[in-house]
Design a protein around this ligand. Structure first.
Ligand code: NAD
Ligand code: TYD
Length: 351
């Protein structure tokens, strides 16, 4: 699979930037095109360290713009697509569902159509759709999501991702488009926009601001270090079977409140504050409407068939994450101020 031209969408976002970095550095024979609209969540600062490499190219653009996308596929003749671009935050989907329908559903179909048109010869082609475990709905105290768990999305975000997953599989069955799909649990790590629980809590604790915990903090998430997800994506891209889905998860369930207490302990240590200082910032706030109680992934198919497993213990990953945020204060200020994004927007006007 050398000399491939791979389009990665959403590469300026959290997970996308880790995937772009991995592919650009591990596969110098591939040409990696990062297509991103640079929304509030996309930051080219995430890719400073690799943007000079000869096999990397950034393209600013919107995946819902069919004419632009079709022209792009014709111009570059991509061999593969790794599709991560999305609106990704549940709370924002509750306030503005339509944006999620547009990017996550219409955007995905726009890419599928462009690939279908371009790939008259399907051999060696691959459309890899990255999705979430949230499509499966909410678990009680027991059980795990497997690849055959029926979809039961509850939020506008998860409903839009579920819809895009179904469309990806529909293009496999109807048009024989060579697709592969994975559904992953909650990621954490560096370059995560500080609206999601872990980076938001780190940023607030650092600035002595309240740490909002929804409801009683009893909800459970299964956390995976983002580089372990990027490694899974690499494996599935290269070794996954067409038309198959793979669950990716950390086997690492935490109640939100327990996670926040662990994070507070780490922050006290890193900031040389007396034990218990950060925990005083914990503030219970009104619950998220329709808040899914528990997510837990069974990733045994990926482990058995492709030999993947998570590499980091949670405490270790969380410490690494805290260290990164404390060492990258400028990044935090830039992504929260908007000034930096505006600078890059001007540099990369849509063609
Ligand atoms: P993110 O919000 O950090 O990044 C999304 C990226 O997509 C941004 O760079 C943004 O600019 C870009 N984008 C948004 N709309 C676009 C459009 N219309 N055209 C082009 N680019 C656009 O998201 P993330 O957390 O990195 O998630 C990436 C993917 O992984 C998403 O598909 C998400 O559903 C999925 N996922 C995320 C998690 C998680 O824990 N974050 C877990 C499982 C799956
Ligand atoms: P989040 O990081 O938004 O991911 P998701 O909703 O996709 O799982 O939230 C993780 C969990 O933390 C979820 O149960 C909601 C909760 N949460 C809070 O308690 N406070 C917050 O400020 C945020 C953003 C999330």
């Amino acid at each position: 699979m050398s000399e491939k031209k791979i389009l990665i969408t959403g590469g300026a976002g959290f997970i996308g930037s880790h995937v772009v970095r991995r592919f650009v550095t591990q596969y110098p024979g591939y040409r990696i095109f990062n297509l991103d609209a640079l929304t509030y969540a996309g930051n080219l600062a995430n890719l400073h360290d690799i943007e000079h490499l000869p096999n990397y190219q950034f393209i600013k653009g919107d995946i819902t713009d069919a004419e632009f996308i079709n022209n792009l596929f014709n111009e570059y003749g991509f061999d593969a697509v790794i599709h991560l671009a999305a609106e990704s935050h549940v709370d924002r989907s509750i306030t503005n569902p339509l944006e999620f329908i547009m990017t996550n559903i219409v955007g995905t179909v726009t890419l599928l159509n462009a690939a279908k048109k371009l790939w008259t010869e399907k051999s060696g082609k691959r459309f890899y759709h990255i999705s979430t475990d949230e499509v499966y709905g909410s678990l009680g105290n027991t059980g795990f999501f497997t690849e055959t768990t029926p979809y039961d999305p509850r939020s506008p975000y998860s409903a839009s991702k579920a819809s895009s997953d179904h469309l990806v599989m529909a293009y496999f069955h109807t048009y024989h488009l060579p697709v592969v799909l994975s559904n992953c649990s909650n990621n954490y790590g560096s370059h995560h926009f500080p609206e999601k629980l872990i980076p938001l809590a780190i940023n607030n604790i650092k600035n002595n601001k309240p740490v909002p915990v929804y409801g009683k903090g009893e909800n459970v998430r299964d956390w995976l270090y983002v580089e372990d997800h990027a490694r899974a994506i690499d494996l599935i891209f290269h070794k996954g079977k067409d038309g198959e889905k793979y669950n990716v998860g950390g086997n690492n369930e935490w109640k939100n409140i327990d996670l926040i207490h662990l994070l507070c302990k780490i922050m006290d240590k890193k900031l040389n504050r007396p034990d218990g200082t950060s925990a005083k910032l914990i503030t219970f706030v009104t619950d998220r409407p329709g808040h899914d109680m528990r997510y837990a992934i069974d990733s045994s198919k990926l482990q058995r068939e492709l030999g993947w497993k998570p590499s980091l213990q949670f405490e270790e990953g969380l410490e690494k994450t805290v260290d990164w945020y404390l060492a990258n204060e400028e990044w935090l200020t830039q992504v929260t101020s908007g000034a930096y994004k505006n600078y890059y927007r001007q540099q990369y006007e849509t063609r």
